[in-house]
Design a protein around this ligand. Sequence first.
Ligand SMILES: Cc1cc2nc3c(=O)[nH]c(=O)nc-3n(C[C@H](O)[C@H](O)[C@H](O)COP(=O)(O)OP(=O)(O)OC[C@H]3O[C@@H](n4cnc5c(N)ncnc54)[C@H](O)[C@@H]3O)c2cc1C
Length: 416
Amino acid sequence: MDKTKVIVIGGGASGLMAAGRAGDLGCNVILLEKMHRLGMKLRITGKGRCNLTNMEELDECIKNYGTKGKFLYNCLAKFFNTDLIDFFEKRGVDTVIERGKRVFPKTGDADGVVNCLVGYTKKNKVTIKTNFRVSKIITDGPRVVGVEGNNRERIDGNAVIIATGGKSYPLTGSTGDGYMLARMLGHEIIKPVPGLVPLEIKEEYIKEMQGLSLKNIELTVFINEKKIDRIFGEMLFTHYGVSGPIILTISKEVISKLKHGTVSLSINFKPALSKDTLDKRILREFNEYGKMKYRNILKHLIPMKAINVFVMLSKIPADKRGCEMNREKRRRLITLLSDFKMTVKGPRPIEEAIVTCGGVALDEINPKTMESLLRKGLFFCGEVIDIDGDTGGYNLQAAFSTGYVAGENACRYHPG
Ligand SMILES: Cc1cc2nc3c(=O)[nH]c(=O)nc-3n(C[C@H](O)[C@H](O)[C@H](O)COP(=O)(O)OP(=O)(O)OC[C@H]3O[C@@H](n4cnc5c(N)ncnc54)[C@H](O)[C@@H]3O)c2cc1C
């Protein structure tokens, strides 16, 4: 019997893994990438350091993909974090585990990860074509039989893997083409919306704090003033609102609640101090710097970039002296320090999201093989499917695991 010819559309994290794996099993593989270079998004992951995966146990790991996580069970069980680490270490990319069980390449260089994956495909004789944008998948009855490029060039194959990614960071090549290709073949697409995305804030004065980065703060999320979540960590103020790790983490929940009412966030700048201790600390500062102006005393309590906003919101004149402060003024300051409120306007656009939520509907894909349940010989992997994970390496692990499984099963697929 002739070798199965596998066509992989998209040379990102999942497509490179799928192509390499199918080639490894002896298939004839062609990888088509529309950009001039492979793995453009992968190169910017983890701020260029590439958070490859997470060392969480399988059952815990699955919780990081929300309610749809169980779809990934088979793929993760087949090729999980330790398999991925072995895969890279065997090919010369050593890894380190950092805070939150996050795994990175030891060199801290995402390009090295891409080079390793490209090396894997080349070693397995995968033919790579860059600057090739697939615009159509060709079918013969229920079967896929090839693809057609923008340039009308046709490539025949027995199996086709859609590994085109989501819709975010379009300059990396992920512009949502896979949704169009899958829809043309009858697949349902769950509306793509931003996930892990910065948030816009209604209060205009937030702009004054842009560039301010906060560590070890506590953030509480409210819907119609009812508390729904609380998280500790790092965040950042921007010209439109807020970003940074904890904001990205809560963004999905925030977006889902926005249609039900007003979502607000509250920062506790000093989560380690009780209100009493905080009051004593402020009193000490006011006593120690009795002759100093309020604005200058604030420098001892909060970052410089927050001072103007604190002066305005506390309604305490900037030139009031420390010795002129009374209990009421201290109370206003304590409220700002422990319960700094902001109202969420909405998410930033999908182009700025780290991941896309939505995509090819899961009930039309076989979770054991990643094959389409509608078309024979059609497979999916990576972000194009309706799965998204939290920050911490979960999205790349999903891309690699589904890529591995799709590559393997596409290679084993025989028409007829
Ligand atoms: C800034 C940023 C940082 C991130 N950091 C991390 C991190 O540290 N850890 C983590 O787990 N996740 C991270 N992610 C998410 C992660 O990068 C993605 O989930 C992952 O890359 C998805 O892999 P993929 O193969 O599905 O898609 P992609 O990596 O997006 O690859 C899809 C490829 O398909 C190509 N393509 C698209 N359409 C066509 C077409 N019609 N024809 C041919 N080729 C096509 C694209 O050009 C692209 O190369 C980050 C994302 C961003 C934006």
